[in-house]
Design a binder for this molecule. Structure first.
Ligand SMILES: C[S@@+](CC[C@H](N)C(=O)[O-])C[C@H]1O[C@@H](n2cnc3c(N)ncnc32)[C@H](O)[C@@H]1O
Length: 348
């Protein structure tokens, strides 16, 4: 995926072609303001207010406990990036906002935006330090109860976009009954896979702070004993041998060092049944020699900042899998999420 500046007329097209448009000024001044405006608007409940009919800056401000003048400025930014439509003094929501922001929508990323506003934004100020020292934050070691709660709800918001596609495409062995979901948090990948394969049972292994806050999210899915949580730490715990048909590790490898990922691969290879599959579900670090890729490269830097590690290449992941005797499978891309793949390997 590319992020492009799009000309709206011939003059702008020519200006862009002739390199007369100060694009770095857009990145340095305009983009950060847009990002923060969206996050603050979500966090303050601006979109819900407009959905309920509070359709002027004054009414939104009153409903959300904001000041009217800056609220008008905020709504102007949101209209400029098509989260809102402005007509005859009133604002309405666009299709984009209905689908991706409003809390009732099955696709909402609202909780991810709230987490990014309250927890992640201050981390970005530490980017310079990360670049100088190579040391990122290890937030799993420092989170308090409220941060765990926001984090787990946010992970749900991130996973809704892919969980059904994951379940549709995952190369599950025939007659599979046992799945392990390492760092599975809310369990959405397990939920969608078990819904698709009714004979499948999944255990989500996650850290104590995660399980405490993710359990109520999972309970709402009414999966009974088909999807359950188990408190643990994959780096310290041993796994039962020859037990699982599918082991998933989704968005966890980017938190771990190479050594830790190799250790996990060893444990998983022993825990799989013959014919079982190990899927590392991840954003892949783009090859700098290939076409630039926005999602893979920005998440690589972000995960580096937040966990010291970052994204891995397909070749690196396959090497961990091969080293423990697994046979890599053809990677599976997501239709809706560029740069993200199921990198699978089978135990023969
Ligand atoms: C970014 S979230 C991914 C959640 C989910 N798998 C998904 O793809 O949406 C990473 C999860 O891994 C868990 N985690 C991190 N380190 C872990 C460890 N050592 N053992 C088990 N879980 C871990 C975190 O608590 C968190 O729930």
């Amino acid at each position: 995926m590319q992020l492009r500046i799009f000309p709206e007329n011939l003059l702008e097209w020519v200006a862009l072609k002739l390199n007369l448009v100060p694009i770095p000024l857009l990145h340095a001044q305009v983009f950060p303001v847009i990002s923060r405006a969206v996050l603050e608007a979500v966090d303050a409940g601006v979109f819900e207010a407009i959905a309920e009919g509070y359709d002027t800056a004054e009414l939104v401000a009153e409903k959300c406990g904001l000041n009217a003048r800056p609220t008008g400025q905020l709504l102007g930014v949101l209209a400029s990036v098509k989260y809102l439509r402005y007509r005859q003094g009133k604002y309405t929501l666009t299709r984009l906002t209905h689908k991706w922001i409003l809390p009732g929508s099955p696709n909402t990323v609202r909780d991810l935006a709230i987490y990014n506003n309250r927890v992640v934004w201050p981390w970005l100020e530490k980017m310079g330090g990360y670049l100088r020292t190579g040391k990122g934050l290890q937030y799993h070691d420092t989170f308090q109860s409220e941060e765990w709660e926001l984090y787990q709800r946010a992970m749900w918001g991130g996973a809704v976009a892919e969980a059904q596609e994951f379940a549709r495409k995952v190369p599950l062995p025939r007659n599979a009954t046992q799945m392990l979901d390492i760092g599975g948090s809310h369990g959405l990948h397990s939920v969608e896979t078990c819904r698709r394969y009714p004979h499948l049972y999944s255990m989500i292994l996650d850290l104590p702070g995660a399980v405490e806050k993710a359990a109520p999210l999972l309970a709402k899915q009414n999966m009974g004993d088909h999807v359950v949580h188990q408190v643990g730490n994959i780096l310290n715990d041993s796994l039962p041998e020859g037990t699982y048909d599918l082991v998933l590790m989704s968005s966890v490898a980017h938190h771990f060092t190479e050594e830790q990922n190799k250790l996990v691969a060893q444990k998983v290879a022993k825990a799989l049944r013959p014919g079982g599959v190990f899927i590392i579900n991840e954003f892949i670090r783009p090859d700098p020699a290939a076409a630039p890729e926005l999602v893979g490269s920005s998440t690589d830097l972000f995960f580096g900042l937040t966990s010291t590690s970052g994204n891995w290449s397909m070749a690196e992941i396959n090497a961990w899998q091969r080293a423990v005797g697994l046979t890599p499978l053809q990677p599976i891309a997501y239709r809706a999420i560029p740069g993200r793949f199921q990198v699978g390997a089978r135990k023969e």
